[in-house]
Design a protein around this ligand. Sequence first.
Ligand code: T1G
Length: 696
Amino acid sequence: MIEQHSIVFPQGTVVVLQLQNPPVNSIGSAVRIALTEALDRAINNPDIQAIILTGSGKFFSAGADIREFNTPFAKQKPVLADIISQLENSPKPTVAALNGSALGGGLELTLGCHFRIALSGISMGLPEVKLGVLPGAGGTQRLPRLVGVEPALEMIASGEMIDTEQALKWGLVDKVVEADLLTEAGLLGLEAVANFQGAPALSRGAVSEVVAPDVFEAARKQASKRFRGCIAPLEAIACIEKSLVCDLDEGLEFERERFRLLVDGDQSKAQRHIFFAERAATKLPKITASSPEIESVGVVGAGTMGGGIAMSLANYGIPVIMLERDKAALDRGMQTIRSNYAASVKRRKLTDVDMDRRLALIQPSLRDADLANVDLVIEAAFEDMDVKKEIFARLDSICKPQAILASNTSRLDINELAETTSRPSQVIGTHFFSPANVMRLLEVVHGRHTADSVVAALFKLAKRIEKIPVLVGICDGFVGNRMVSPYTREAHFLLEEGASPAQVDGALRQFGMAMGPLQMGDMAGLDISWAARKRLAPTRPAHIRYSHVADRICEMDRFGQKTLAGFYRYEAGSRNPISDPAVDEIIESCARESGIERRVLTDIEIVQRTIYALVNEGARILQEGIAQRSSDIDVIYVSGYGFPVFRGGPMFYADTVGLAEVLATIEQFHKVHGELWTPAPLLQELAQNGGKFSDL
Ligand code: T1G
């Protein structure tokens, strides 16, 4: 837990206390107990003149142990605040030697030290708001006193990391060194001994800085935009504001109280659920096969998806050959990539050098033969089975025997594609989400023939390009799109029953969705799902309710933003949805034809009819084994479909509401709306046994 050793200098001896709690030196109760005892010994040892606190591996510390939150361990003495107080009241100089990332409570620990010295290139941050809490061990009170209110607001309300250059500029660290961190730290501590008064370095009084009144308003506005619907960033800002009007002890008390409220609240539990769910999703417990390395990739198709996929690979140094049959399409694709990178350079998110390096990794090609030696090909061509089969047959004859062939299809049957090749065990689905160079979610679709080593290879590649891979099975729409079907179906039914597009979308945005289903359809393009509905029309049971609203809109060539009209109207160049009376007429006429008497609908019913449709389908997906975990479905919806992170995903949200209540509502819908609302057996079983999806 805490390794210690001394370093003897001519001018005195220092003790080094090193956090040793792999993999990230998180600080749980065991570490806190070991650290406080080591500190006591060092403070009372007359042979020690200064105390160095450092970490091990690539971390100083990733902060408090998140797994201990809401457990008795979290309150077990000494709490982190006690240790920070021990450091700042030490009669001997205490120096934090930042050997690696210092996050959350790890960074707060350093704020209790008299000095901070960092190894060049490490990062620091207070990411607590991303877990739905706030720096609860003094960060909101000490940081403004150390670096000033505005830098503290920026760090704490954004939860973003900063580098040593920024830290030095703000005064968060006293020194940055390229090497010999512990020696430099020891010298720093010993230099202070001569004039050391044994008092805390930071003022105990209120922050005396004069701050323009609109600074906090601006911070709240920015936080509400960045973390829509989340309360933690606003609470963190309130704590910093408090530091201006009360002394340190009062401020710490206020912070403790706000932290306690947040950590016991639903939002933080949901956000911590997603934190661990994202990590669980990347694990393949049943797959131990060694996986081939993927060092070069071919992408077939230079459209929106193909170009985005090529960028997401080149961004991490992977050479890509982007193949098209049509030169004009290939040139358009390359031009789109160039302008995307240029936009990032303009926003100072990328340097010119990086842009050129990435562009050099993307080789446009019109020759199939250029794919002969790549390790993986990702097909991102037109969403049509015949087109894809023809491409897979060609790839099978061109690519080296061990090459993996993947399709970016969003719903077609990977098994059918695999069976058109001589290498079915090397065929897999890689469903990227648009824009592929931005969205982190990657549904990895394993077919019945797909080899474990191929799945493992794609998971390794996904982690390398910082995507979140989620393993899904084969059905129409896999997990994400399969669930979006009933969600959208209910949205269309609600239109016929009396809601306007603006009311449906408004209710779901109020719930926390990044975008309502109708606006989302307009953005994705209504023609894509229209094609899927037409493909499925011959098999659609006649007795099942079906809404013609979207078909009628498409029949008017209204495909959404790309035609400046869909469920909404759009001004040229604007994505802002404008309600359109022509759509209201279509809705009313569809309702009349279906004999539906329109009524006033509440936002509550709109949310239940759409979100519970997700939950019911998710339960079926789990039962069929299409998703490995309930939390995988949550990860898919939060990172791929704009589900609010502060509600933890559809399945976690249902657990929070209570499955008995969710089932009762669905049974009511079943009575009124018929078999489309048949409750999923797994939901019934869990609800009747008082269980939760997260128990699975
Ligand atoms: N507590 C417990 N486990 C943690 C952890 C933490 N703080 N951080 C990481 N882990 C686990 C993680 O679940 C995974 O476990 C393994 O470590 C490797 O993590 C009082 C209240 C540090 C940037 O928010 O952002 O301090 O899956 O896969 O990609 O004010 O982990 O192997 O079983 O993510 O190299 C504030 C959270 C806490 C940082 C490393 N700190 N961690 O990323 O590895 S609250 C944070 C991260 C707090 C104080 C407040 C990342 C990372 P497993 P990993 P990585």
